[in-house]
Design a protein around this ligand. Sequence first.
Ligand code: FAD
Ligand code: NAI
Length: 471
Amino acid sequence: MSDYDVIVIGGGPGGYVAAIRCAQLGLKTACVETWQDRKGKTVLGGTCLNVGCIPSKALLDSSHHFENITKHSSEHGISVENATIDIRKMITRKDKVVKILTMGVAGLFKKHNITLLEGIGSLRSNSEVEVTSAEDEKLIVSAKNIIIATGSIPSTLPPAPVDHDCIVDSTGALAFDEVPERLGVIGAGVIGLELGSVWRRLGSEVTVIEAMNEFMPAADKDIADAAKKELNKQGLDIQLGAKMTSCTTVNGKVKIQYQQENESNDLEVDKLIVAIGRQPNTQGLNAEHVGLEIDERGFIETDSQCRTNLENVYAIGDVIKGPMLAHKAMEEGVAVAELIDGQQADFSHDNIPWVVYTWPEIAWVGKTEQQLNDEGRNIRVGNFPFIATGRARAMNETTGMIKMIGDADTDELLSVHIFGPNASELISEAVLAKSFEASTEDIARTIHAHPTLSEAMHEAALSVDGRTLHM
Ligand code: FAD
Ligand code: NAI
């Protein structure tokens, strides 16, 4: 007889949510986790809660307050003189937010009777996991099903190895103890833009070096162009088509050379963040020994329902293909738990929202206009700028727009792209509408409260049919 119905390896958003859903369904569940805090205590929540989504948003919020106070409060008639920021206090607040949330997950494990197995989990077979504790004690446990949710780790750049002092990855960039005067970022991706924004708002002179010629190629071009223009205006110096050729650290300064077209450029910074993507984490899993298939990029191979090549072994989240997003990992966790329970499960990736938490925020669901054109789709495009809504005016947050794309023949809502205030919240309406296979007319006929930013969504839908009311 097996010790458990399900063992989950990894307690990040994919793994802990899978474990909770399994337990809710009456399955005897254990979760193996190796992450330890500074005191050596095992903590749940993975990358997302400890060094990802949550701490980055805590710092984005703190720095947003600081920028509003120092740069924008006078627009509202509020004068604040000599506003300062205590970086240590800001970091301590962020650490407290993380602690409360990770403890919250531990509380949920208790509530659902999920056993936490502390240590590194490795596969002995498709039904046995070996757990090696920090003290090197070994425990072998068996299960009818195994869910691998071991996540991802930052990709490294050999010419700029992370030294956890001058050259850091995203984790280091969440814990600077003072504002670097000059900050370099390699990679104008999501992390580069979010953490670059944090430190710029607090006073750093930030240069972002991006290898690609195009800015944010995953986003719709109109949105990416508008975002680049605004981020440049805010002071983020984004160098596209720039390839680092050398990087040395001398007396606490990082000296970088990069090639742009045929020109060689020099840059000296106090701190350098390397944010060139993340790679799946299969270290310690013993994958080769048990014959777990891994693709050429290091992702665990799965079918469309997260099944690996080993019977009753599933994999979810960042360690498999698809966007490396916490909500994608969580939904896969729920779907696999329900599949194990014998239910129909939805694994569709079509309606996954993307959000970049710059300010204004960038968010989208569905394909870009360029992708739809490349596919030869007959489309209608609507646009509405926030400047034409009463609420955005009242908030003094008039930058940006909502772009909506519908099928020209059927009016099916195909995608929504937002650059604007609270885009991260506004996108939910579009995700819901798309999930229900709504038409743009459905959104146009939905009553939106006045005055709200959501009226821009309503107007974008009206604009698809050429009948905006406020433009
Ligand atoms: P992870 O969160 O990486 O968790 C994997 C867990 O498995 C870890 O706790 C690890 O210790 C454990 N583990 C690994 N191997 C073993 C083993 N052999 N035995 C036991 N345990 C093991 N996504 C968003 O959607 N929104 C955001 O705003 C966002 N912001 C981000 C900001 C930053 C700075 C970073 C770095 C990432 C951000 N992400 C964001 C991405 C998000 O964090 C990941 O997509 C998400 O954490 C993936 O969840 P996961 O459960 O697959 O893996
Ligand atoms: P990313 O893939 O978003 O961006 C990496 C960037 O680095 C790309 O633009 C790439 O062209 C560039 N690059 C790669 N090699 C380079 C080199 N040698 N020199 C210069 N540029 C180079 O990866 P990032 O920002 O590291 O984030 C990793 C993942 O974490 C994201 O893909 C995302 O899935 C997740 N994440 C999500 C967030 C969100 O949802 N808001 C926030 C932060 C991270």
